[in-house]
Design a protein around this ligand. Structure first.
Ligand code: SAM
Length: 243
């Protein structure tokens, strides 16, 4: 996401070590944080992602990798027995939480793992209501050709098909994707299916949730350059632990 790395690094420079990244995935940010000299703990619930992250960290110079700790865990029940100056949830990972109970459990757990006055910074998309309504129809739910790319291993073309289902009642969008691998004659030789469910969160819903869970909102930006909140763009939040 353009600008997100610099935004999170700015927040980290402001807070200093120790940083907790929730939903760290394959560790895109962990190396960059450690290269700036900060200690960071990356937590994720997907073993497949953490396997890649650990392999990448193992390739780093020892003085950088020594600053990184990777743990298996769920942001709804963090059990690290220490407190951090800053928790970050980049790349919309908060939206993987699909119920209000999940939201509250995660925010309570983060609260417990922050020092007094510690901060939480994260970003989520702001729901595009027009698109949601449009794509809630039968036609909108059709399979569309999203993009194409090449596999790094074989150089074969991959065509990505995408279909979304919007559940207006539960605020959940489910993305179904098909990855078709083509041979040089254009024949499909392999198909991979993926499913991803995200729960969108409205601006004031998020504000209330944060306040309910012991945070004071310091800022809601509309992009990573700290511009004003704009509907249907990004919600970039910075909140401080109080109480
Ligand atoms: C889009 S990836 C973000 C990766 C990384 N933060 C980045 O910026 O590149 C979302 C990650 O959140 C993780 N995740 C989803 N729900 C989680 C939960 N409840 N606890 C911990 N990790 C979770 C997923 O496994 C996935 O690796």
């Amino acid at each position: 996401m353009p600008g997100d790395v610099e935004f999170y690094l700015e927040e980290i420079r402001r807070a200093g070590s120790l940083v907790l990244e929730l939903g760290c995935g394959t560790g895109r940010l962990l190396e960059l944080i450690a290269r700036e000299g900060f200690n960071v703990v990356g937590l994720d619930r997907a073993p497949s992602m953490l396997k890649i992250a650990r392999a990448e960290v193992a390739l780093l110079p020892p003085d950088v990798s020594a600053l990184i700790e990777i743990v298996d865990g769920d942001m709804r029940a963090i059990a690290l027995n220490r407190q951090f100056k800053l928790a970050i949830i980049p790349y919309r990972a908060f939206l993987h939480l699909l119920t209000v109970q999940d939201h509250r459990a995660a925010l309570a757990s983060i609260h417990e793992h922050l020092e007094d006055g510690g901060r939480l910074a994260f970003n989520i998309f702001d729901p595009d209501l027009e698109m949601i309504v449009e794509r809630s129809s039968d036609i909108g739910d059709a399979l569309t050709r999203l993009t194409e790319c090449e596999t790094p291993e074989t150089g074969r073309k991959i065509v990505v098909w995408d279909s979304r289902r919007y559940d207006l009642e539960r605020q959940i969008v489910t993305e179904y994707r098909i990855f078709e691998e083509l041979n040089p004659d254009g024949v499909v030789v392999k198909k991979t299916y993926t499913l991803l469910a995200l729960r969108w969160v409205y601006r004031y819903e998020m504000e209330h949730l944060l306040e309910l869970c012991g945070f004071e909102v310091e800022a809601l930006y509309g992009n990573f350059m700290r511009g004003p909140y704009t509907p249907e763009a990004e919600q970039v939040w910075v909140a401080r632990k109080v109480g």
